[in-house]
Design a protein around this ligand. Structure first.
Ligand code: ADP
Length: 172
């Protein structure tokens, strides 16, 4: 049965790897083999099992890498969370329209498959991939609030104080 419920949105501040939630979303690279930013932090804090599972995904379901806008789960290794949901954001100016919103939607869909009820999201594409923060925040908040899901709490975690304050203002 498809749900008509939508997640409650919360804002978080700081390091997403420390969040006590069912699932943490990773702004991954298409290769799934690790990178900088939040991806590097998740692999560092979570330990080598996450990367080992990502290699298995490359050997199996995603030989050419995870496409932009899609999402896939692994275990969370040593993180407090149970799962990491990897999604690949568009590089600003290069992705098809709507693909940043697709990241949030497909991550929630994977969370529903897992039975995750609390999910923490980073501000996807707003680091190395260059998406303007204000627009990235608006897309994240709107998409999370409008996507039907069994996830009860979706926390958008802003890494630095300035971006967190911006998100507080935009949420109103
Ligand atoms: P992308 O390649 O999708 O742009 P980045 O990891 O470079 O991904 O940046 C995405 C966002 O994650 C940025 O806003 C960045 O400040 C933030 N970020 C980086 N490290 C962490 C962390 N440990 N916890 C939460 N957010 C983080």
């Amino acid at each position: 049965m498809t749900t008509t419920r939508t997640p409650r949105i919360e804002l978080g501040h700081g390091d997403i790897t420390q969040m006590r939630v069912d699932a943490v979303v990773n702004a991954a690279k298409s290769s799934l083999l690790g990178g900088g930013g939040v991806d590097g932090a998740i692999h560092r804090a979570g330990g080598p099992t996450i990367l080992a599972e990502c290699r298995e995904l490359r050997a199996g379901r995603f030989p050419d890498g995870l496409p932009v806008g899609r999402a896939v789960a692994t275990g969370a290794g040593d993180l407090p969370a149970r799962w990491v949901i990897h999604t690949v954001g568009p590089v600003y100016g290069h992705g098809p329209a709507g693909s940043l919103a697709d990241c949030y939607r497909s991550s929630l869909a994977v969370a529903d498959e897992l039975g995750a009820r609390s999910v923490a999201f980073p501000l996807i594409s707003a680091g190395a991939y260059g998406w303007p923060r204000e627009d990235a925040i608006r897309i994240a908040l709107t998409t999370l609030a409008e996507t039907p899901s069994e996830v009860t709490v979706a926390t958008l975690v802003l890494f630095d104080a300035e971006t967190h304050a911006l998100a507080e203002r935009l949420r109103g």
